[in-house]
Design a protein around this ligand. Structure first.
Ligand SMILES: Nc1nc2c(c(=O)[nH]1)N[C@H]1C(S)=C(S)[C@@H](COP(=O)(O)O)O[C@H]1N2
Ligand SMILES: [Mo]
Length: 263
């Protein structure tokens, strides 16, 4: 059996790449791992066995990730720990070129005008509610190299830079006891997240990709990067944020993708 062979040769097979995949898969695997198989599943061989995928190449890794991403919201919400950190990666592991994905083709990517752009904050908030791009660029910036996992069956590592979302929310006077934030985009896409996810230390209002101004295809003027969530929870071209206690749903969520969508 191939998986047993692998666990006998951890030093040759568990390259840093494989290890990083295990870390990501561990987030996705918590529920079945705990409920069905205990912690022994958290080895490359165990993941390969459980998902029925041979993890020897990118294609099978992606198939595995897709199979691991369909847990129900209640279980995921129970397991979510707002202090847990998503894995980060060295620059050498960045996926080039980084994939583009949206509910439409690349020719229909929206063009947002820098000069007139304003990010609006509404609902349960009492601070600055109208932000120009220069004002966002003037806030303290940080960088992350993390893995983006799309439910459609691919994952890729990228580098994003921008404002820590919790810092932005503080300045916008957001009521952090509210339940949800809904995020509305220039292409009419929208998604929503819970407050602990919004305040997570790795949730970043990104303005750059790989050191350059975020290009239109990756979400100019901004993409909310949430490395603890699946791709569809990472909205691009955000124009308005609304803070609310009413469940806001989302573009894919309303079509059956689970709302929690992450670790
Ligand atoms: N505004 C907007 N944001 C979006 C989407 C979209 O269609 N519109 N697609 C989501 C999905 S499913 C994925 S996988 C990622 C893709 O981001 P990328 O193009 O930077 O790889 O964007 C997410 N955010
Ligand atoms: Mo996605």
């Amino acid at each position: 059996m191939t998986s047993r062979k692998r666990t006998q040769k951890p030093d040759t097979f568990l390259s840093s790449h494989a290890e990083s995949i295990i870390k990501d898969a561990r987030n996705e695997l918590k529920d079945p791992a705990r409920r069905l198989l205990g912690r022994r599943i958290l080895t490359l061989g165990g993941i390969a066995l459980m998902s029925g995928c041979d993890l020897s190449n990118d294609k099978s890794v992606n198939t595995m990730l897709r199979r691991m991403s369909s847990f129900n919201d209640n279980v995921q919400a129970l397991l979510f720990n707002p202090n847990e950190m998503a894995p980060t990666y060295p620059e050498s592991m960045i996926t080039r070129p980084f994939p583009f994905n949206a509910f439409y083709g690349i020719d229909d990517v929206p063009e947002v005008d820098t000069a007139t752009y304003r990010l609006q904050v509404g609902g349960l908030a009492n601070g600055k509610c109208d932000w120009a791009l220069d004002e966002l660029r003037a806030l303290p910036q940080e960088d992350q190299i993390t893995r983006h996992i799309c439910i459609e069956g691919w994952s890729a590592i990228g580098r994003w830079g921008g404002v820590r979302f919790s810092n932005f929310l503080k300045r916008a006077g957001v009521d952090t006891t509210a339940k949800y934030l809904s995020l509305h985009c220039a292409d009419n896409y929208w998604t929503s997240i819970d407050m602990p996810t919004a305040l997570h230390a790795q949730t970043l209002l990104t303005l750059t990709y790989d050191g350059e101004v975020l290009p239109p295809k990756y979400g100019f003027p901004m993409k909310l990067r949430i490395p603890t969530k699946l791709g569809y929870k990472n909205p691009k071209h955000i124009v308005a944020i609304s803070v609310t206690n009413e469940y806001p749903g989302g573009y894919w969520e309303n079509q059956g993708y689970n709302w929690f969508g992450g670790s």
